[in-house]
Design a protein around this ligand. Structure first.
Ligand code: ADP
Ligand code: G6P
Length: 466
């Protein structure tokens, strides 16, 4: 087994093993923010990525992506149910997102979650060079830092949580809270999207583990665990250069024409997830149509919602409800050849996404809770001429950085309606001021700056922890 000095461990590999319509296997970019963000930084760095390839059963060997080696972890049907669909996505995911859906505590899932975390830790221990840096990602693998420390005390271990870390009173509901906290604190540096998360963890470590310390360093037995906020970002240069391509510019023009050249275009792009606030957004838009504040002849909404975690109960119900609601709104307010909402349930490639971002007047990003939300940042990076409005939920991590957006509480449907109208009515001057401030912020806060900040902070932990 070839070894690397940098190993990234994430539930998903950057490529997803998919079955093409003709039955053949094909690889495509994995969905979601984590894979896209990490892929951007690892394309130029010699490293190994340990992760699951997205299919059930044996893992097929995978070719390198440039200097990046892929180490696939196999997952069987039962493991997928207990670890991924169960504990990760039916217990931790809803709990970490403010319990906007009820977390399920199923005792059977825990053992599988622990066993799969152990498999990831063992595979990582094999591919890490002596003294390597290992960077573990997200809630699926929260036990890996401690498991890996036991197997390989020589390696430097980082952990980054892409999703929010909940307030202590919610975390305390978890039947396995002690093990989960200890598992994560097995790292030398634990990174979060927001400073509040580090504060929550310091409080819990004191309460549950008798640890001492502060928001930036927890003293646990004989070790110091550093913590901090490192807001993740996007490949700004990639999105900028995509947006300047003639194909994308043409495509954006074509989209405007197809949607009705004189119409205002509102756009949303989400994984089909109940944390994204799609239903609240549809209610707000439908009421604006009902009240006559927005007219189908003047405006159109485009909702891109790519299917996600479809075998998990909460997600199936969500898709049905959204499709029914879009049908109802179009039935009630649409006209022949002029739907109120275009609903696209498909994956798009990067260039087509860039064209959509450029074609929109108002980007509506209204999650009920989101670790970061990279779509908001992609939209800003794609607006080369400082036009366009971003309506952004206060409950997305991105709101802390993109304060020049039209910030909104998505639970407040009246407030959401007002904010949408405000964004539609904003003057070009106001929009340009806001957009140019957000664009210049992103220039210096891109994905490379994120990785640099995290890894630079991780390195001094070497001397602290041993
Ligand atoms: P999450 O990680 O929860 O899915 P983010 O907004 O942080 O949310 O990241 C979503 C990522 O998935 C973005 O990079 C976005 O461009 C990508 N994405 C979303 N919808 C689609 C789609 N229909 N086709 C392709 N990529 C998509
Ligand atoms: C979020 C999570 C990621 C996850 C992604 C897509 O961004 O933080 O860890 O990979 O959603 O979800 P999926 O279940 O398809 O991997």
């Amino acid at each position: 087994m070839r070894q690397s000095s940098l190993v990234v461990v994430a539930n998903r590999l950057p490529l997803d093993d998919n079955v093409a319509p003709d039955g053949a296997c094909e690889w495509r970019r994995s969905p979601g923010g984590l894979a896209g963000a990490l892929r951007a930084i690892l394309q130029q760095t010699p490293a190994t990525w340990v992760g699951w390839g997205g299919s059930i059963g044996d893992a097929r060997p995978l070719p390198d992506i440039g200097p990046l080696r892929l180490c696939p972890i196999p997952l069987g049907e039962e493991e997928l149910r207990g670890y991924y669909e169960g504990f990760a996505n039916s217990t931790l995911w809803p709990l970490y997102h403010d319990a906007v859906e009820q977390p399920v505590f199923d005792r059977g899932w825990w053992e599988t979650y622990r066993a799969v975390n152990r498999r990831f830790a063992e595979a990582t221990a094999e591919v890490a060079e002596r003294g390597a840096t290992v960077w573990v990602q997200d809630y699926h693998l929260q036990l890996v830092p401690q498991l890996l420390r036991e197997l390989r005390p020589d390696v430097l271990i980082g952990f980054f949580l892409h999703v929010p870390f909940p307030p202590p009173e919610l975390f305390m509901q978890l039947p396995r809270r002690l093990e989960l906290l200890r598992g994560m604190l097995g790292a030398d540096l634990v990174g979060f999207q927001r400073p509040q998360a580090a504060h929550n963890v310091a409080q819990l470590a004191a309460k549950l583990l008798g640890a001492r310390g502060a928001d930036d360093a927890i003293i646990l037995e004989d070790r110091v665990v550093r913590t901090g906020a490192f807001p993740v970002s996007i490949d700004v240069a990639e999105m900028r250069s995509l947006s300047a391509r003639p194909y994308v510019l043409n495509q954006a023009r074509q989209l405007r024409q197809d949607l009705g050249s004189h119409k205002r275009v509102l756009l949303s792009v989400d994984r089909l997830d109940y944390t994204k606030g799609i239903e609240h957004r549809l209610t707000a838009y439908s009421e604006l149509l009902r009240d006559g504040k927005v007219k189908v002849r003047d405006a159109v909404m485009v909702q891109v919602a790519v299917p996600s975690r479809e075998r998990v109960e909460n997600y199936r119900g969500l898709r049905d409800r959204i499709e029914r609601e879009v049908g109802r709104i179009n039935g009630e307010y649409g006209r022949v050849g002029q739907p109120a909402i275009h609903y696209l349930n498909q994956p798009f490639d990067r260039a087509d996404l860039a064209a959509l971002y450029q074609a929109a007047d108002v980007m509506v990003v209204t999650p009920l809770r989101d670790g970061m939300n990279l779509v908001a940042k992609e939209f800003v990076a794609a607006r080369r001429d400082d036009t366009g409005a971003l309506v952004l939920s206060e409950f997305a991590g991105a709101a802390a950085e993109l304060g020049d957006a039209f910030l909104v509480n998505p639970h407040d449907v009246d407030g959401l309606k007002e904010t949408l109208l405000q964004a539609l009515a904003a003057t070009p001057g106001d929009l340009a001021t806001r957009m140019s401030a957000m664009r210049s912020y992103l220039t210096t806060h891109d994905i490379h700056a994120w990785a640099r900040a995290y890894l630079t902070e991780l390195e001094p932990a070497r001397s602290l922890s041993r």
